[in-house]
Design a protein around this ligand. Structure first.
Ligand SMILES: [Zn+2]
Length: 56
């Protein structure tokens, strides 16, 4: 009884991080693949200006 409960809890905590990493990785690859390079550049550019970093 106790062993079954512990096994179930261990399985749940072991699968969730993998599932989370998988979703995060696929989402990241999809986002970087679908987004245009100019969009990423503009976002980085805006952050650079907002932080006062000289760029041009
Ligand atoms: Zn700039």
């Amino acid at each position: 009884m106790t062993t079954t409960t512990m096994t179930t809890a261990k399985t749940d905590s072991g699968v969730m991080p993998i599932l989370f990493a998988l979703v995060l990785g696929v989402g990241l690859i999809t986002a970087t693949g679908m987004l245009q390079a100019s969009v990423l550049h503009d976002a980085a550019h805006d952050v650079r200006h907002a932080t006062g970093f000289p760029c041009h």
